[in-house]
Write a protein that binds this ligand. Structure first.
Ligand SMILES: [Zn+2]
Length: 146
């Protein structure tokens, strides 16, 4: 879905008029109308407010231009498994199993690798190969890059 469709469908879901939505995200009815016509995109501040009001990620509001992966463990991110900041807004970089309540769950890459080796099915022939394989993949993610 494009931004304009996401905004229209979420506004309808909440039973809001364009006017009411405009009030909630501190803009004008004309601005909402332009978003829904696809004439303009919400600015960064409006995106944050819409994300919070609709409870959808900014990536979804933008029409899902990026395929999101947790930058700690590498799992694909959708709103179901996306982490949140303590105040409730989405953190689009991490899954909720790696980041919760403002804190990272795994304090070292080895701790995460221990978990993955024990819990995630993999095609590696033995544990050491699996560890090396997981480490190689994880080192490509932002959280573990040096
Ligand atoms: Zn994760």
């Amino acid at each position: 879905m494009d931004t304009k469709e996401v905004i229209l469908s979420q506004r309808t879901r909440l039973g809001l008029s364009q006017e009411q939505l405009a009030e909630k995200v501190m803009t004008t009815r004309q601005a909402v109308s332009r978003w829904e016509n696809g004439d303009t995109l919400p600015n960064t501040e409006s995106l944050k407010l819409l994300s919070s009001l609709f409870d959808v990620s900014i990536n979804t509001l933008l029409g899902s231009p990026r395929k999101l992966f947790c930058q700690c463990c590498g799992m694909p991110l959708d709103e179901e498994c996306m982490s949140r900041e303590p105040a409730g807004e989405f953190n689009e970089d991490y899954c909720k199993w790696c980041y919760d309540d403002g804190k990272f769950i795994y304090t070292s890459i080895d701790e995460l690798i221990d978990y993955l080796v024990a819990h995630v099915p993999h095609g590696y022939p033995d544990e050491q190969t699996a560890r090396d394989g997981f480490r190689g993949e994880l080192m490509k993610l932002d959280h573990w890059k040096e």
